[in-house]
Design a protein around this ligand. Sequence first.
Ligand SMILES: NC(=O)c1ccc[n+]([C@@H]2O[C@H](COP(=O)([O-])OP(=O)(O)OC[C@H]3O[C@@H](n4cnc5c(N)ncnc54)[C@H](OP(=O)(O)O)[C@@H]3O)[C@@H](O)[C@H]2O)c1
Length: 333
Amino acid sequence: MAFRALVVDKDAEGNVTHRIETLDESRLPAEGDVTVAVEYSTVNYKDGLCLSPSGGGLVKTYPHVPGIDFAGTVIESDDPAWKPGDKVILTGWRVGEIWWGGYAAKARVKGKWLVPLPEGMTARQAMAIGTAGFTAMLAVMALEDHGLAPENGPVLVTGAAGGVGSVATAMLAHRGYEVAALTGRPEAAGDYLRHLGASTIVPREEMAEPSKKPLERETWAGCVDAVGGTVLARTLAQLRYGASAAAVGLAGGAKLETTVIPFLLRGVNLLGIDSVFAPIEKRRRAWERLLHDLPMEKLEEMIVPATLEDVPRLGEDILEGRVRGRVVVDVNA
Ligand SMILES: NC(=O)c1ccc[n+]([C@@H]2O[C@H](COP(=O)([O-])OP(=O)(O)OC[C@H]3O[C@@H](n4cnc5c(N)ncnc54)[C@H](OP(=O)(O)O)[C@@H]3O)[C@@H](O)[C@H]2O)c1
């Protein structure tokens, strides 16, 4: 049966173009062993890159269906782990980049990439969480594995009004942490972040300039950092003794100019978070924890509903830091 997809291609000048197409099943990639009826996808920073005129260097072969994550129902499976009717989630594995992704009503992927939708979570909620929220969960798990607990003190979340930041803020607050939300839009997003559970709003400009000192006042018991660059360098200098920062993203820059002093004199840790190739057992644990640690009524407030037609515009918005919360794309609307 034919189905709709958002297809990106390259024009004669090498710029990425996009259009909605009706495809038949023969266009699905041959490599996969599970066919999924996709219900929802999302818009992540990487999706914005794949849709941008340059393509961000992530997609290797055109024409291509982007969309780095999706949730839906198995319709056909040659993998004994899955059967028709199973509800599944896919994030990462470079789906939407080198493999065809979730901006289509059907996808064919490898069964070993899928995780079950947790009982009690809908496909729409799973994509409201999406790669961004799943990654926020991985960051919190890593911080807690390194000793973070609510009684340790305030936790800084950077890029707080974005996808990773919104989910991290709501989840940490729900678990009893005192959350300080760093944002570049304190006026526009302050109430939203307080509503998600942030007790303090830190304007980004307070951390935007490099510090002349290798150590600043010990402030944070932990940090979920979606921003990188100077903000992360300043955060490292402000971590309390033995505390950790989880490096998730680079919305503010990939460069990290710091000294080793916070590591040597305060024993702080910088934890790398990768969601793309996270092992399957860790994925299952993260999704089960999201069901319990993330208040679903707060998740609902983060949602920006969208259709496939809206995705290119939202891709531009996410690259410009204009999306608040989480976009949920109903691929069948
Ligand atoms: N490691 C992984 O596996 C993984 C997984 C998912 C995402 N990521 C990365 O994590 C980052 C955040 O992803 P997301 O989905 O949350 O994106 P997002 O929704 O666009 O959020 C990013 C946020 O960063 C802040 N920001 C934007 N431009 C900035 C700048 N120039 N300087 C400082 N802050 C800036 C903004 O928050 P405020 O308006 O509140 O300041 C923005 O909302 C991205 O870099 C993404 O690629 C990594």
